[in-house]
Design a protein around this ligand. Structure first.
Ligand code: FAD
Length: 408
């Protein structure tokens, strides 16, 4: 049953469920619509990514009741090592080293595999009496109604609500149907992603090697396993992905190095084309955009989902406060508060990740020298190092209540 008071959330990926759970905690009835069936999304082989979740995101997941279900599968991130590299040469002598011991709060974050996180979100939504899920139906239209909004589904149904939130990813139909344009480009890079098993323990250390075609991230998972996000020029990535497992590992070994001993594949292989896609506005008439629908960024800093979860926490807080004050939660003034809170931060993130990718994904000797000196300088300055660690942990800026571990 859909009531005209519901908040309609288009997209039950990761940010959609997080938002629905946060809004339900604040007492709002929510309807979440996803084009894919629940079983498809719950399948362990649906998505091969593992996410570096900042400490602030972990606090949000805990506050909305999802963390307990993934805690046993989460690997704390204790250190991050960043260096330049070339296949077969190993890391350069200049590097950045961030250690969680330099801040008081604990690990900088946790690595959680998509298969665990997605299932935990879907199970938590199933258990919430305030959340209605419409799975396997695509939203194909949206309209303003007197004091509300409605969406049309591809099966001919129409759902009414008080506010529409687009959590429908970087190709957001919710945004385009509302006439919201996007700024962005393709990086010409594709990320090869898989889980790797290795002989030696990773000790909770995440590594980022900046290779000329793109970064290689080696991110610690539970046990002697790591997730790799290996960016290559797209044609080369597709060529490598077409190799059999032995050929794939042969390409990976000189890039990965031998610091963790012998490596093997620990699951299926996936590819993700990389691009930037920033919505020119995060709000419209009774409409807000959240997550990749608002800002799809390069995964170089592992911040896309973290930024989306910060949108979730900010929007839920703005709407809960508006409701307590008796304001119309779909009103322009209320939605402007959300946009003001999030738009500048996410545009800055998009530009920073774009600039990092351009600066590091090349073999220009002058740039290489400049960035190596830069990394050496930051590494030698404890105050700067601590600032980066707090940034990576998501502890800087105007933190919404859910990211402080409080209720919305
Ligand atoms: C290789 C890689 C590694 C990454 N690593 C990290 C990391 O370590 N840390 C981090 O913070 N971020 C990371 N990210 C970013 C992160 O994956 C994304 O930010 C996140 O998945 C976005 O989630 P979302 O819910 O906003 O969108 P999506 O996951 O795209 O979900 C959108 C949902 O909307 C549904 N949908 C779309 N259109 C319709 C419609 N018309 N009707 C109904 N439903 C619809 C889709 O079925 C889908 O379920 C990474 C990204 C990549 C590519």
């Amino acid at each position: 049953m859909n009531r005209s008071t519901d908040i309609l959330v288009v997209g039950g990926g990761l940010n959609g469920p997080a938002l629905a759970l946060a809004l339900a905690q604040a007492g709002f009835p929510v309807t979440v619509i996803d084009a894919l069936a629940e079983d498809t999304r719950k399948d362990a082989g649906f998505d091969g990514r593992a996410y570096a979740l900042a400490l602030a995101s972990q606090r949000l997941l805990s506050a909305i009741g999802v963390w307990e279900a993934v805690a046993d599968e989460a690997q704390p991130m204790l250190e991050i090592k960043v260096s330049d590299g070339r296949a077969g040469e190993g890391p350069s002598p200049f590097f950045l080293h961030f250690d969680h011991g330099e801040i008081e709060e604990g690990p900088m974050g946790y690595m959680v595999e998509d298969r665990h996180l997605r299932r935990a979100f879907l199970d938590a939504m199933d258990a919430s009496p305030l959340i209605t899920q419409v799975n396997g139906s695509r939203v194909v239209g949206q309209h303003g109604t007197p004091g509300g909004v409605s969406v049309d589904l591809d099966n001919g149904d129409r759902l009414d609500g008080a506010l529409l939130v687009g959590c429908d990813g970087r190709l957001s139909g919710t945004a385009s149907r509302a006439g919201i344009r996007r700024t962005g480009w393709d990086y010409g890079q594709t990320a090869l992603v898989c889980a790797i098993s290795h002989e030696m323990p990773h000790e909770g250390i995440a590594h980022q090697f900046f290779m000329p075609p793109g970064p290689l991230a080696i991110l610690p998972l539970t046990g002697n396993r790591s997730s790799i996000v290996w960016s290559e020029r797209t044609a080369e990535a597709l060529r490598i992905n077409a190799l059999d497992d032995a050929g794939y590992l042969e390409m990976l070994r000189p890039r990965f190095g031998d610091f963790l001993g012998e490596i093997g594949l620990a699951g299926a292989r996936f590819t993700y084309p990389l691009g930037l896609s920033l919505a020119n506005s995060f709000i419209g008439e009774r409409l807000a955009l959240v997550g990749d629908a608002a800002h799809g960024v390069h995964p170089i800093a592992g911040q896309g989902l973290n930024a989306g979860l910060r949108d979730v926490a900010a929007l839920a807080e703005v709407l809960a406060d508006a409701s307590r004050r008796g304001e119309d939660m779909g009103g322009r003034q209320v939605l402007e508060r959300y946009q003001q809170w999030r738009r500048f931060d996410t545009a800055t993130l998009a530009l920073a990740t774009d600039a990092f990718n351009r600066l590091f994904s090349n073999d220009n000797p002058l740039l290489r020298l400049g960035r190596d000196i830069g990394m050496g300088l930051v590494n030698a300055a404890p105050a700067l190092r601590r600032t980066f660690i707090r940034e990576a942990a998501g502890l800087t800026g105007d933190l919404p209540r859910l990211m402080q571990g409080k209720r919305v």
